[in-house]
Ligand binder design. Structure first.
Ligand code: NAP
Ligand code: MG
Length: 407
């Protein structure tokens, strides 16, 4: 194929490369499924752990700035360095989570959706359509302050207004022995952009929006979340939602946990930061495999970063380093790229780019539905023993063959 008949991607895409097995799958996705067909300019940032360490995370910050500038990026999974990793890669120090650094710069909401294939049935048989999760990616326990209380003492919460008005103090607890205390915060601006992002996503995907918190217990903190969602919905979305026959409702987190089991799916569940962290893992596992879960960070300024929900698949990488072939599943990485290309195609109004991405997604799904799948899926496929785990390379070849047949 000559470069002349490649599909032109109008605007540069910001590419954040990563670590271990996902780095291997990343390179293969580009080489086998993208670069032969697309003429695209990639703004490349190498977030390999060694490079993040060498640059004191400057490369991560620069990548986040580039996404803010160009609008759409795609990220490979990256190691968050622990002491073990410091020894393994001979690093200067334990690093901050790169996703944490990026979210702190971009702000925003993380949306996760399962990739559904006919022969992998969700653990809950009521779920016929995706349940999307929208996770607020700012504040709460992820930006907390904690104190270990060593003995008797009074813990207070104090607000000192910048305008010189009277400080406000509340006693948290009078300790008569050792304990723990924690302070958390959020801002109206961030909560409002979380609400906007969720309504925009629900409207775009044509799914109902459910928002959960615990306002009966947290009468100021969680009630503020609830009120901001209500105000944003009434002011900017109610008319649109009514016209599209979509609904929004707020209820308690424990009520949603009970209801979610009975739903058919086809909803966006908007979650506070911690709830989203936990519930997205529960849903990924219940829908089949971490490798069938996509993730996108949507910033309040309308910038997008697509990624797989899973990590670097460390154990497979060690096998790969021993020269053994692995049966690692590249679906979520392929879908990170297609999500990014579809968005780029929409923003640039280049339907050929979006069509290509849609065909690649179809080819990948049909590959699994036709019985060619990686080991993680064989275990849970409805075909049982008759399905056979293929090596990652063979999975890529099968997807490519499917894609070629659609062109
Ligand atoms: P992980 O990489 O998601 O892997 C956990 C297990 O899930 C794997 O050992 C594997 O099970 C299975 N799995 C995940 N993705 C798979 C795929 N594509 N194909 C087949 N099996 C898959 O999580 P982790 O082992 O906890 O973390 C590894 C590293 O990733 C850590 O250094 C962590 O910091 C990083 N991490 C990064 C991100 C991110 O960048 N967004 C997110 C999470 C973790 P089997 O081994 O049983 O086959
Ligand atoms: Mg989690």
């Amino acid at each position: 194929m000559t470069s002349n008949n490649k599909i032109k991607v109008k605007t540069p895409i910001v590419e954040l490369d990563g670590d271990e097995m996902t780095r291997i799958m990343w390179a293969m996705t580009k080489e086998v499924l993208l670069l032969p067909y697309l003429d695209m300019e990639l703004k490349y940032y190498d977030l390999h752990i060694k490079n993040r360490d060498d640059t004191d995370d400057q490369v991560t910050r620069a990548a986040a700035e580039a996404i803010q500038k160009h609008g759409v990026g795609v990220k490979c999974a990256t190691i968050t360095a622990t002491q073990d990793r410091v020894r393994e890669y001979k690093l200067k120090r334990e690093s901050k989570s790169p996703n944490g650094i990026i979210r702190a710069i971009m702000d925003g909401t993380v949306f996760r959706s399962p990739i559904m294939v006919k022969n992998i049935i969700a653990a809950n048989r009521n779920w016929k359509r995706p349940i999307h999760i929208g996770r607020h990616a700012y504040g709460d326990v992820y930006a907390n302050q904690e104190i270990r209380v060593s003995g008797p003492g009074r813990a207070e919460l104090t607000l000192i207004p910048d305008d010189g008005s009277q400080p406000v103090t509340k006693i948290i607890h009078q300790f008569d022995g050792p304990g723990i205390v924690q302070g958390i915060h959020n801002t109206d601006a961030s909560i409002r952009s979380f609400a906007k992002a969720c309504f925009a996503y629900g409207y775009d995907q044509k799914v109902d929006v459910w928002f959960s918190a615990k306002d009966t217990i947290s009468k100021t903190y969680d009630t503020n979340f609830k009120n901001i969602f209500d105000t944003e919905f009434e002011a900017n979305w109610k008319t649109k939602f009514d016209a599209a026959k979509l609904s929004y409702f707020y209820t308690l987190i424990d009520d949603v946990v009970a209801r979610i089991m009975k739903t058919e799916g086809g909803i966006l569940w908007a979650c506070k930061n911690y709830d989203g962290d936990v519930m997205s893992d529960m849903l990924a596992s219940a829908y089949g495999s971490l490798a069938l879960m996509t993730s996108v960070l949507v910033s309040p300024r309308g910038c997008f970063m697509y990624e797989a929900a899973h990590g670097t698949v460390q154990r497979h990488y060690y096998r790969h380093l021993e020269g053994k072939k692995t049966s690692t599943n590249p679906m979520a990485i392929i879908f990170a790229w297609t999500g990014c290309l579809k968005k780029r195609g929409d923003l640039d109004q280049t339907p050929a780019v979006s069509d290509f991405a849609a065909k690649l997604e179809e080819a990948a799904i049909e590959t699994i539905e036709n019985g060619t799948m990686t080991g993680d899926l064989v275990k849970i496929s409805t075909q049982g023993e008759s399905a056979k785990a293929v090596f990652m390379e063979d999975f890529f070849s099968a997807v490519k063959a499917g894609l070629e047949s659609k062109r």
